[in-house]
Design a protein around this ligand. Structure first.
Ligand code: ATP
Ligand code: MG
Length: 589
């Protein structure tokens, strides 16, 4: 049997958001010579997460929709935290998501040009070398309500600044001894414009340029100029850069960047409930061992989502659902789950897997015989076809929680004396419950009705419940990993995120059994385990004789919902009784 392994169907066409409106208007007016050129600029200091997926879908999407280009540019100006390994992982993740860049670039490609721009700014009196320490610079910067004070070096002779800048590059000074600053306005209401630092000395090994440089450009300097060098038209970034737009435009003007210059537009970051999307915090989870790695299936990274079984199409569709807006908010976690279910439902085969097996012996089925049943791989509303053989034998396993000795109201599964349907199989009736010394149920002795093969009784008798099952003899032992939210709280960014980790985010059923039809599928195949949820066999940990399945997302279980309602009702009743008692107590007292 072959399941779904690949990406496949395309995401929904996104509607016109404000970015697309701007791009359309610019194309109509011929503003950038009728061109659209975007870039996606990750810093290679961690892996991409679901938030980046939103930016990727926008940057690459806008370019593709308008016959434009989108570069992948590594914004690699902080040597201490950046690694070549991250570069490769980011490239792999973008391709997996379904996008291909026009050109691969690195901010570090432009170090020489950026240095020249620094020289140019000094020459025209728009930048100077400051010899204050980092703390002094901060102290001089002022506050939101108070203007900053000029550095005593602000009016340093031009030739001296040029000489110092050259010697900064040549490695004559200690880290932090001098910086290159723009000469703008120390009283600007926009703090970023109070003579921002453009270059700093940092003796650190760069993963691409090695020890060639000991000065590195700051983000604000490198970003706009890299955009200009690459001929970017629309530089899309997230809202926290709103105040940086002023320096973006100022620098392009000061260096007399060729027209038409790139323009920066800001959109809202994607924040997801019960999730963090900050590489710094995700790195912390990895380093402190709270997760098994960047690709732990609980991580909101693209590699984590991939390992969890989420398809690229589901992520693209999710980004389409979320849209692109100008106001920050936290997206409902159910939206992502919806997008995942919606996509998997249409593409993955159905099979049966019992997570916590309970032995069932069909006492009136002959020993050693197998009845091969034919079961559909897809429900009728899915336009895919195929069947798989499912063996029915004397010994079976059912799910432990599908049996209750003393069932509450509306529990329609197996119980002593009751009859249920085994999916695609027969009606069985529980005749006897076998327990061990501790009183735990270890086996059910049941009878089956041979006339109900295929799932209906010729006498028209009905059963309320249908449960999944496997043949004890034919089923394959496997491990099932159930993942839940990594955080207990909706907004784990508020407060100490580590204190909000969900201790139950991983539940392992090490002794599960899956039907034999999947035996020849390669790891990384996706399924729906009927009545349970969507799963993928783990490519790292699966062994031929022992598959490991990751739960991608659950189905909505109607019984869990009913049980929750019942429990809430019981709790309300108990509370009511408590209140009455207290009232009576008061009267008496
Ligand atoms: P982090 O805080 O996770 O490190 P970052 O913004 O520093 O994120 P970059 O590698 O600089 O990470 O991001 C590359 C691009 O992805 C930037 O244009 C950034 O605006 C965008 N991006 C990052 N996080 C999100 C998010 N949560 N939603 C939308 N876009 C994002
Ligand atoms: Mg960043």
């Amino acid at each position: 049997m072959s399941g779904d392994k690949g990406g496949g169907s395309d995401g929904r066409t996104p509607g016109r958001d404000f970015v697309r409106e701007i791009v359309a208007a610019d194309l109509a007016s011929g503003k950038h010579g009728g061109r659209v050129a975007t870039r996606f600029p990750p810093e290679p200091n961690g892996l991409l997460h679901i938030g980046h997926a939103k930016a990727i879908c926008l940057d690459f999407g806008v370019a593709a929709e308008n016959g434009g280009t989108c570069n992948l540019r590594f914004d690699d100006t902080n040597p201490e935290t950046e690694e070549a390994g991250y570069v490769e992982a980011i490239k792999r993740d973008i391709r997996w998501l379904g996008f291909e860049w026009s050109e691969l670039r690195h901010a570090s490609d432009y170090f020489e040009q950026l240095y020249d721009y620094g020289v140019h700014l000094i020459e025209k009196g728009s930048a100077y070398v400051d010899s204050l320490s980092e703390e002094e610079i901060r102290a001089h910067r002022g506050t939101v309500t108070e203007p900053g004070r000029p550095s005593p070096w602000r009016d340093r002779p031009l030739e001296e600044s040029l000489d110092f800048f050259r010697r900064m590059r040549a490695g004559e000074f200690e880290d932090g001894a001098h910086v290159l600053r723009a000469r703008i306005d120390m009283a600007s209401p926009n703090m970023i414009m109070r003579d921002p630092v453009l270059f700093r000395i940092r003796r650190a090994h760069h993963y691409r340029t090695g020890s060639e440089w000991c000065i590195y450009p700051m983000y604000d300097f490198a970003h706009c100029l890299s955009d200009s060098i690459e001929g970017i038209t629309h530089s899309l970034c997230t809202l926290e850069f709103v105040n940086n737009r002023a320096i973006y435009d100022w620098l392009l003007e000061e260096v007399e960047a060729p027209e038409p210059v790139p323009r920066q537009y800001e959109f809202a970051r994607l924040n997801l409930e019960y999730t963090i999307v900050s590489k710094r915090k995700l790195l912390r989870l990895v380093q402190d061992g709270h997760v098994s790695g960047w690709d732990d299936p609980r991580m909101p990274t693209l590699s984590g989502l991939r390992r969890r079984g989420v398809t690229p199409a589901a992520i693209r569709n999710f980004c389409g659902l979320v849209g692109v807006a100008k106001a920050d908010n936290r997206v409902d976690a159910a939206k992502l789950e919806y997008a995942i279910r919606d996509d998997l439902n249409m593409r993955v085969p159905r099979v049966m897997c019992v997570q916590r097996p309970l032995r069932v012996v069909i006492t009136n089925f002959p020993e050693g015989e197998t009845d091969w049943l034919d079961a559909p791989l897809y429900p009728h509303d899915v336009p895919l076809e195929g069947t798989r053989p499912v063996p029915f034998t004397r010994e079976l396993y059912i799910e432990r929680h599908d049996f209750m000795e003393d069932p509450p109201r509306r529990f329609f599964r197996l119980a002593p004396g009751r009859e249920v349907r085994l999916r695609y199989g027969y009606f069985i009736r529980c005749e006897e419950v076998v327990k061990d010394e501790a009183g735990e149920v270890v086996e059910l002795r049941c009878t089956y009705d041979p006339a109900t093969r295929g799932g209906s009784a010729p006498d028209g008798r009905k059963v309320r419940g249908t449960i999944h099952w496997v043949s004890a003899e034919h089923a394959r032992p496997c491990e099932v990993r159930l993942y839940d939210r990594l955080f207990r709280t909706r907004d784990p960014d508020r407060g100490d995120f580590l204190a909000q980790l969900n201790p139950d985010s991983l539940v392992v059923h090490a002794d599960a059994r899956v039907e034999p039809s999947i035996a020849d599928d390669p790891p990384g195949t996706r399924y729906q385990f009927e009545r349970v949820g969507y799963f993928i066999s783990d490519e790292e940990d699966s062994r031929p004789d022992r598959l490991v399945f990751n739960r991608t997302v659950g189905l909505r279980d109607s019984w869990v919902k009913i049980r929750k309602q019942q429990m809430a009702q019981e709790a309300r009743k108990a509370k009511g009784r408590g209140r009455k008692k207290r009232k009576r107590g008061k009267k008496r007292g």
